[in-house]
Design a protein around this ligand. Structure first.
Ligand code: PBG
Length: 325
């Protein structure tokens, strides 16, 4: 029998055939863009470690939202960078706070753009940890009502999706119960279910002013060495009522995304985090790799691993990266 040496290459012989047999598609609608909101007027603060990304005041958000919507991206994820912090997390639930005002500004400008709200106390607490402290230790159960208050404030302001990222145990059930009791039974919850204690959040902590003042997050975020633990976190959050589950970071955790996608039937979200963006952009600025091609490959690999939705700083360039999709 003759062995055709070109039998695999034949399927790659033309661009149209390659397009026709492509297994993974990625389009702007699969992407969500993170936005950092700062106090003030006409504030546009570039984030040094994240070229092309900036922190914006509320008055500049309508323009940013229109830009994102024009990219074909399906949503924006809001992070407040408040100047006022406290020790109880109460400021995070202020109905006149940055995020509620930002939600309102975006929904008025572009009603069809989905507004995701990150729910975590780290940017609102003086010590920068994700939960309230008692004797220098995180008090899990005392944190839950604060997260529920914060979620309810965002719900009342018009958020489309509530996404708790704090990693406290039981918060999905606590937030769900509060939202249901207050008339928001239809509002979806995306759980940052498997969030690893990662060095790749470095640039975000500069952007959000949320670095812990002491210690680290290893008592509540996951050990990068663990995979089965992620499946357990995901299963618990789904049992508590999560409508989608999120894995974070993405690139060093593609195996986790794949295992979660294979095992669960809720949509899987992956967060292509700040450090993943920064390292690519830094290399590109040195002329060491091509930013757009590397970004396309990166985002495609996250989709191929099983993510339905990817939160990414590259979303602001979605039309250039994925034209005609
Ligand atoms: C808040 C939060 C973090 C990120 C998203 N939500 C930082 C952290 O946990 O330290 C990181 C996002 C990124 O790096 O892009 N808890």
């Amino acid at each position: 029998m003759s062995f055709p040496t070109t039998r695999l290459r034949r399927l790659r012989s033309s661009a149209s055939l390659r397009n026709a047999v492509r297994e993974t598609d990625i389009a702007p609608r699969h992407l969500v863009y993170p936005l950092f909101v700062v106090p003030g007027q006409n504030e546009r603060q570039p984030i040094a470690a994240m070229p092309g990304c900036e922190r914006l005041s509320v008055d500049l958000l309508p323009e940013a939202a229109r830009h994102i919507a024009k990219q074909g991206v399906s949503g924006a994820m809001l992070f407040g960078v408040p100047s006022r912090k406290d020790t109880t997390g109460a400021v995070a639930a202020d109905p006149n706070g940055l995020v509620p005002r930002a939600i309102d500004a975006i929904k008025q400008a572009v009603p069809e753009l989905l507004v995701w709200t990150d729910v975590c106390l780290c940017a609102y607490l003086e010590h920068g940890h994700c939960g309230v402290l008692r004797d220098q230790r995180i008090d899990n159960d005392a944190t839950l009502p604060r997260l529920a208050d914060m979620s309810l404030t965002f719900a009342r302001a018009g958020a489309d999706i509530i996404a708790p990222s704090d990693m406290m145990d039981g918060r999905i059930a606590a937030i769900r119960a509060r939202l249901d009791a207050e008339g928001f039974a239809d509002l979806p919850l995306v759980s940052y279910a498997a969030k690893y204690a990662s060095a790749f959040y470095g640039p975000f902590r500069e952007a959000a002013g949320s670095a812990p003042a002491f210690g680290d997050r290893r008592t509540y975020q996951m050990d990068p060495a663990n995979a089965r633990e992620a499946l357990r976190e995901v299963a618990e959050d789904i049992a508590e009522g999560a409508d989608m589950v999120l894995i974070k970071p993405a690139l060093s955790y593609l195996d986790i995304i794949r295992r979660v996608a294979d095992r669960c039937d809720v949509p899987v979200v992956a967060y292509n985090v700040s450090g993943e963006y920064s390292m690519l952009m830094a290399a590109a600025q040195n002329g060491w790799l091509d930013a757009d091609n590397a970004a396309r490959e990166m985002l495609t690999s996250i989709r191929r691993a099983g993510a339905d939705i990817v939160i990414s700083y590259f979303a602001k360039d979605a039309q250039r990266l994925f034209p005609g999709e």
